[in-house]
Design a protein around this ligand. Sequence first.
Ligand code: SF4
Length: 433
Amino acid sequence: MASDRPVHPAVRPVVHRDVVCPFCGLGCDDLTVEEEPPSTLTVRSTDCPVARERYSRMPAAEPPRVAGVPVPLAEAVDAAAAVLGAAQAPLVAGLGTDVDGARAALSLAERLGAVVDHALSDGLYRNLAVLQRTGWIATTLAELRNRCDLLLVTGPDPATLHPRLFERWVTPAPAFQAPPSREVVFLCGEPLDTTRAVLSGLPVAVLAGDPAKIGDAAAALAAAVADPFRASGAAGIAAGDIAALAERVVTARYAVVAWAAAAFEGPHIDLTVERLVHLVRAVNRHTRCAGLPLAGHDNVVGVNQVCTWQFGVPLRMSLAGGTPLHDPHRFAWARYAEVADTVVWVSAFRPEVPTFPAGQTVVALAPPGTAFADEPAVFIPVGTPGIDHPAHVFRSDTVVALRARGLIDRGLPDAATVLKAIAAALPQESPPC
Ligand code: SF4
């Protein structure tokens, strides 16, 4: 579907304003995007490298393929339904799609008795595992912008994954502070040059430390917060610096501890996140403090929300037994792909589909121009949410669903429509005797 905003066809280029960007969990809603018909998009209002690259990759539509042969959409849908009807151990994954697409994918998975997961759930589970084990005190982006007076950024600069974090949510003056003031401290990570430039008007401190030992630094800081006489060095940061930071944290009015777990490196990252969550809890004995886990590429947060409200359990679940069974280890898509015989892979935000073991039947829904190492049994090109059709996507902080309107019309179906059509074309189940 084209833009909500009527534009005279003689106007070139078409300018779309206040566009919601669906490509990362920040959900920036202020983009200006120029459209040079039929489908060339250029972001004009920001240098965000993720947005610029994603909007610029909008090739023309191409026909669906069955076994590599171009076919009409209806034929591809029937072919997909035929292979899925015969599946013994199906996997419905990828799930890079909007809320409607997620609902349709989950309905199809229910019909098939499939295992369900999102391509980016590894990053999600670095946080979700801790939430499940211990709970946490978390905040929203709006609270960060309007109330936070001390932002503690832990680990690698999150702007690598969420480029406009500081510009949109940290440098604007807080609404509920008089006089407004805000300080940013980087712990076990260095700000990017672009971040330093954006933050040039704020006090910034860097305790670089060892990025592989963020958990150690968080634990040392939590101990120093609880008892200043127990301050010790950690992760290459001196004891005196930990003690000074602990003193600064407990005198803040509203401290926020931010992290992008997907950027952390090493094994058992959930244990690192657990120590950050423990730090937040320790600071709350003295002053207000909350965590800000940053995530949300390819609407992974939104798809997890849909899964939870539809089935009562989060991603990494199986519907094979008729009732949802959640197992974050067994039903991680990369693990289950080793035993699945048939895979439905949905990747509407990016033209990328992983390679699956030989002999597996793959039905791929992805943008035109997707390159495959092995041609899937069925490939159906679909539109990108918020580009080819209106879409709801969730922000990183899970509380806000944004509506991204469609901008261009490449004649591509949306993933929800295709998934519903496949479900409708599945062989009818035999009535019980
Ligand atoms: S920061 Fe994220 S939401 Fe904002 S413009 Fe860049 S990719 Fe889009």
